[in-house]
Design a binder for this molecule. Structure first.
Ligand code: AVJ
Length: 315
């Protein structure tokens, strides 16, 4: 059996186990990482281009504006290690601005990693690209050739927003372990702001986010053969001020059920399944997050409206 098929089976088993565990809890949930299959990743890509979804374009303009100064500050010519590189769309301008000779993109999806590596080699022929497939929530061994390089971590996209603060601290400590004690980290962090702007970003007028989140039910049908009446479910999202996050749920429009071999879950009208979170931090809170993970926040660049930040952390 090929490695690709073995890996795909492991993902499906992981998905099935997570669905069974999550739907059997009192507070029903399905972890957000399962949103990003091929169709889901395409939808997320569309989200990043929506007028209401401010994070991507704001971050791109912050990178354009400040990457050269970042290069001066940390010293040009470091090997850039990107966590969760995905399609690496915003990476080439960053790499040129900081004068990176070598690039190590890390992603759990070997498929996206290969696409990104190909794209990057075509865009920057002089760059040494060493893709590393893996789960960066755990400390990883970097490719041999990059191990003794001066490194610069790059963690854009406000990916930590998906996790609770607890989980973020663990993840950031793993990143610090992967990079070593002397490598600075450039991280994108979305900031707290007016509720209206937050709620619109996660419930856009074209319904792309609704399709993305309810897509978890489609994936359960397609990949697990689950019995789900998709029309019985609606998208529901809201700002949770106590926990400082936008919550994304699917909500039963009427009494309904979900079935999997050996399992039957009943839902009353109005019941929720929690699918995703997007945590937001104030600048002060993000400095505390840095400290908890073993970093000092050296700089935070924000846009004129103060809605998003690009930060430089030093171990
Ligand atoms: C990929 C976690 C940064 O929280 O803004 C966007 C995910 N979900 N719309 C975010 C997401 C719905 C996104 N992150």
């Amino acid at each position: 059996m090929s490695n690709a098929i073995t890996a795909e089976r492991a993902v499906l088993e992981d998905f099935a186990n997570a669905v069974i565990a999550g739907l059997s809890k009192a507070e029903r949930e399905i972890p957000a990482r399962f949103l990003y299959d091929r169709a889901g990743s395409d939808l997320f890509e569309q989200i990043t281009n929506l007028p209401e979804y401010y994070p991507t374009r704001t971050e791109i303009s912050l990178i354009q504006r400040h990457a050269a100064a970042i290069g001066e500050e940390v010293g040009r010519g470091r090997t850039v290690v990107e966590f969760g590189s995905g399609s690496s769309a915003k990476t080439p301008p960053f790499l040129s601005a900081v004068g990176a000779p070598r690039y190590v993109p890390i992603d759990i999806s070997a498929h996206f990693l290969e696409t990104a590596a190909k794209h990057m080699r075509a865009a920057m022929p002089d760059l040494d690209v060493l893709p590393l497939p893996g789960d960066f929530t755990q400390p990883l061994a970097l490719p041999q050739a990059a191990r003794n390089d001066r490194k610069l971590g790059f963690f854009p996209g406000s990916t930590i927003g998906n996790m609770s603060t607890r989980e973020s601290v663990d993840l950031l400590r793993a990143i610090r372990a992967t990079l070593g004690d002397s490598a600075p980290l450039i991280i994108g962090i979305d900031l707290k702001k007016e509720v209206e702007m937050l709620e619109a970003a996660y419930d856009d007028s074209r319904g792309v986010t609704a399709e993305f989140i309810t897509g978890i039910l489609r994936r359960m049908q397609e990949d697990l053969g689950a019995g789900v009446e998709i029309d019985d479910w609606a998208y529901d999202s809201f700002w949770n001020p106590e926990l400082g996050r936008v919550e994304m749920h699917v909500k039963a429009r009427r009494d309904t059920a979900i079935d999997m071999p050996g399992h039957h879950w009943q839902f009353s009208a109005g019941e929720h399944i929690h699918v995703s979170n997007s945590h937001k931090y104030s600048l002060e809170e993000s400095a505390i997050l840095a400290r908890a993970a073993g970093y000092l926040r050296k700089d935070a660049w924000t846009d004129d409206e103060g809605i998003y930040s690009l930060q430089l952390w030093q171990p």
